[in-house]
Design a protein around this ligand. Sequence first.
Ligand code: PMP
Length: 352
Amino acid sequence: MDIRPLIRKEVAVLKAYEIEDVSARVKLDAMENPYALPEDVRKEIAFAIADAPVNLYPDPQAKGLKAALSEYIGVPADRLLLGNGSDELIGLVISAFGGSPGLIAYPAPTFSMYGIIARSLGQETMELPTTDDFGLDFDGSLKMMMDRRPKVIFIANPNNPTGNLFDRDKVRRLIKGSGAVVVVDEAYYSFSGETFINELDEHPNLIVMRTLSKIGMAGLRVGIMAASREILTEVNKVRLPYNLNTLSQTAATIILKHGEVIDCQVKLIVKEREKLFASLSALDGVTAYPSKTNFILFRVSGASRIFEALKDKGILIRNMDSPGRLANCLRVTVGTPEQNAEFVAELKKMTG
Ligand code: PMP
């Protein structure tokens, strides 16, 4: 039987999010934290997991984890909703606030999952213009929004893959003037230090999204959203009851209680980011873009060829090279000092 006529047309035209083989020796493609947890924390997790009642469904409200997150983030637990990674939350927000079809907008270039998830949920998408230095083109964006009235706007701040923070006042004016639900995605907050979380009470249409993935817990898949109770009530209606498994809840709760470990690793990554930026900027033919995240976007001629040559050396970064704004762009995650040094040394041989 030919199943093709049965596929939803929005899905048939989609391309799955591509993730390279993850077995690279030097893995700098996915904004993971390169540092392992200390032995004592790992043991604590192992003991707790040995006792975890995996024969029972997980706590649907993830109360223990929410309490730990509330303390870590500084937002009351009843203003949080958790997802299986923030990827899941993107889908839940669109399910709750999109239309049939609705319009989902985001400044471009940005994190590709906003568009992929929106389209898979039958939504139309609209790319808002940005300036040459990847800032928000506020007037252009406002005009497009007034013409077409998106239901949800995603603003990754700092942005992926460009690494920059958007102008705070422009973001605030978009939240106030857009007439849409605005998601400020602060996946890289720990490396930027800038947040809209303290403005939640001012803006009833604001959602602030965070993730534990970039600060050492990518394998646990914990995404966080903070918003008004009104928004949370609606998003909670489309959330599957057991979306966060018991092992992730248990492990993340323990790791968050060792906040000093996370903070120390984040400080190291930020220090290494600045060193890596200086090294890349010093290379002939490489233009590195300043970053407030744990990765750096850079432009180099023959980017796709260089990407493949690095891969042959066992160094995996992310190829962003595509016609338009990201032509000849590559993105490298900040790794350990040794990983960064090896990456820079190989890149130097290829560009020099
Ligand atoms: N938002 C942004 C801006 C990201 O870059 C990423 C990860 N690449 C995510 C969300 C998804 O993170 P998670 O692992 O929590 O699904």
